[in-house]
Design a binder for this molecule. Structure first.
Ligand SMILES: [Zn+2]
Length: 290
């Protein structure tokens, strides 16, 4: 059975460790990530972006697959299925489809007032169904058209206003960005993180763009109140590397090597290994409870 992410993140906040939120893209990814969580005995947030949802023919497909897989694999650690960077409508769709957690990315809205109004509505709708809600203040930087921003920082006062709506965890920019980091990146802004934490108290914070932030900075952020660390690019990189290795070694041309179940196996194993490594880094290994 899936759970929402509220209790696991409150435990992480109190225990000063982080829970990884790993993006799935298809059956192999979901299977590989669940395998890692069970082997590491770590709580898990499996997340699906709007694009990945569309790719997999819709949120109902993803939800049915993950629910069935948790049962079929006898997963004993707590698992939440979470929508990553959802629009208001996507949140409603995922709540209906059986997701146990959603992120409403209000930074896509025209202004803070719209973000606030939608956040208030979603708190009621999500909590009525036992679903946890992540909201975002400001926006997380990233690479667009080859230009990478240095990473925006959220306004601590706006964080406080959104936190007071009763949301379960908060995404806020502290200099982090999506995708790979540029060589001249200035690092996480810990003074901003400290100011936000002062405003929102024990509300768990979320670090987006986890790939490429040096481990010591991630660990410091976790020690200062970050409880959920989003990982997407990391898994894409190791999957691509392992798959390329299989093809470059000519294994797809060996006997039955073109069987997709064989061809995708090294990539899936690489995802499991990387996920376990990151769970160790975030401190969630052995923190699955039941
Ligand atoms: Zn993000």
């Amino acid at each position: 059975m899936l759970v929402n992410a509220t209790a696991m993140l409150q435990k992480a906040e109190a225990g000063h460790y982080g829970v990884g939120a790993f993006n799935e893209n298809n059956l192999e990814w979901a299977h590989a990530i669940l395998t890692a969580a069970e082997e590491a005995q770590s709580p898990l947030i499996m997340q699906c972006s709007m694009g990945a949802g569309k790719y997999q023919t819709g949120y109902k497909t993803v939800s049915a697959m993950v629910h069935a897989m948790v049962e079929a694999l006898n997963i004993t650690v707590p698992v939440a299925l979470h929508l990553d960077h959802g629009s208001y409508d996507a949140c409603l769709e995922c709540i209906d489809a059986g997701f146990t957690s959603v992120m409403y990315d209000g930074s896509q809205e025209a202004d803070f007032e719209t973000n606030l109004a939608n956040t208030k509505k979603l708190v009621k709708i999500a909590h009525n169904k036992g679903v946890s809600l992540e909201c975002e203040v400001g926006s997380i930087g990233g690479t667009e058209d080859g230009i990478t921003g240095m990473g925006e920082c959220a306004d601590p006062k706006e964080c406080k206003i959104i936190a007071d709506c009763g949301i379960d965890f908060l995404a806020c920019g502290i200099g982090n960005i999506h995708g790979l980091y540029p060589a001249d990146w200035k690092g996480l802004q810990f003074d901003v993180l400290a100011n936000i934490k002062k405003e929102v108290g024990d509300l768990p914070l979320v670090l987006h763009g986890g790939t490429g932030i040096p481990a010591d900075q991630v660990k410091k952020a976790i020690s200062m109140g970050v409880s959920k660390v989003n990982v997407n690019t990391d898994l894409q990189v190791v999957f691509a590397e392992a798959t390329r290795g299989y093809v470059e070694a000519g294994k797809d041309k060996a006997e039955k090597g073109f069987d997709p179940r064989k061809e995708l196996k090294p990539g899936a194993e690489a995802i499991t290994a990387k996920t376990k490594e990151l769970m160790e880094e975030f401190g969630s290994t052995g923190k699955g409870w039941n």
